[in-house]
Design a protein around this ligand. Sequence first.
Ligand SMILES: Cc1cc2nc3c(=O)[nH]c(=O)nc-3n(C[C@H](O)[C@H](O)[C@H](O)COP(=O)(O)O)c2cc1C
Length: 188
Amino acid sequence: MNAIDLLLNRQSDSKLQAPGPTKEQLSIIQQAALKVPDHGALKPWKFIIVEGEKRHKLGEIYYQSAIKNLNPENPVDAKAIERSKEMPLRAPMIIIAIAKYTEHAKVPRIEQVQSAGCAVMAMQQAAYAQGLAGVWRTGSYASCEHVKAALDLNELDEIVGYLYLGSATNDFVKPHRHDINEFFSELK
Ligand SMILES: Cc1cc2nc3c(=O)[nH]c(=O)nc-3n(C[C@H](O)[C@H](O)[C@H](O)COP(=O)(O)O)c2cc1C
């Protein structure tokens, strides 16, 4: 795929099915993650790959988080608790992207988090360019201390996203939605 076609046509897909990335496709996705801008060469990244049966383990982590943080007496919460175990089953593979913050005189936390965010985007693009599909998700399980601890992360680490990857269920192409003039202007 031509790079401009990729940049102008990339889209997210939340309805994903098998197959997920092959070993070769995953390797390209991983290499793309490590090519992102990185102020100070701090490499503020960590990625956890979850696929196959391991998705149930992640579902259990979500479930434990849900029962800690939600009220089962509340119908909305009860539904969320019930759904939590199934959430990782929405794609054949999930890559959890984490910003590993290191204190640095010239590179504030936001820049390290941005770099990890770029990695999520790069991985989604690398997947899309190889004919795969994906969606970047966060939600409450990205900021939950229980989830972080269960993933062996420390309190300064930031889960910047869960990248769900798989194959698209249709070839629907979303139209462009934004007018460039709404967002770009000349310096006055
Ligand atoms: C940091 C971040 C977190 C997001 N979290 C979610 C999420 O939890 N659930 C969701 O449906 N979409 C989430 N999105 C939005 C989707 O990834 C996607 O961008 C959106 O559906 C628009 O689709 P598009 O990428 O094709 O334009 C998130 C996007 C970003 C940048």
